[in-house]
Write a protein of this length. Sequence first.
Length: 259
Amino acid sequence: MVPKKTLLAVAATICVASASARAEIVTVTFALNVEKREINSFPVGTPDPTFVPFNSTMTLSFDSTWVDGQTDSSTPGITTRVATFAGPNQFTSGLTALLPWGPPFPPSADVEYDRSLFIHDTFEEPGDGPSARNGLFFDKRHHYDDLGASLEYRHAFALQDYEGTVYPIAAGFEDFRTDDLMAYLFLLKAGQIPFGFHEYSLIYDFAAHQYTEVEIYRSHATITSISAFSIVPVPGAAWMLGGALGALGGLRRSLQGCT
């Protein structure tokens, strides 16, 4: 007879193996102070003189599993560390409905991504102390070409440094992993340190060689809440666990039959 402890030990090993593949999904909610609306031109539009600032909200969800880290010290006095996480970034913004084109995309739209949906966290540390700053950069960009109408549609979200903000030094973040990212986000939340959030939509007319629709909203964003939960690939884990326990059960019956 196979001891019960052996069965439990094998089951625990299988669970640990499957848990190691789980994704840590992080959701960050932001309060937006929408400061300006730009129109007519891109990438820097003309300020809309009729615009009245207003408040809105935005949430960002992503898989925070660490993927890669690189350090660049090629610029004298500056070290830039870039950590890449699994993503993809999923933005839900109260501004999207105000734009001429954007998600949800029509079923016929062959939407492509301009960028990888990975998250890039860049830390620049000049040697002159007080001006040292760290930054975070998350984005998601789409484009869709309507060749029949000679039009290109673009929509993008970008969460990045807020102009003029000096960010806390991320001491010890040489290997900026998931735990470091979470600690840094909570640090920014506690200090209500702002991000810049930009969302834009544009339509380009290939035949006329000009933009026919441009809207850019630029906002000051602060974190209001951070939550995280794990997703375990249950079907695979259940299949492994069930198969292993079934095999062990068969082995136990075989051994019992031999006694």
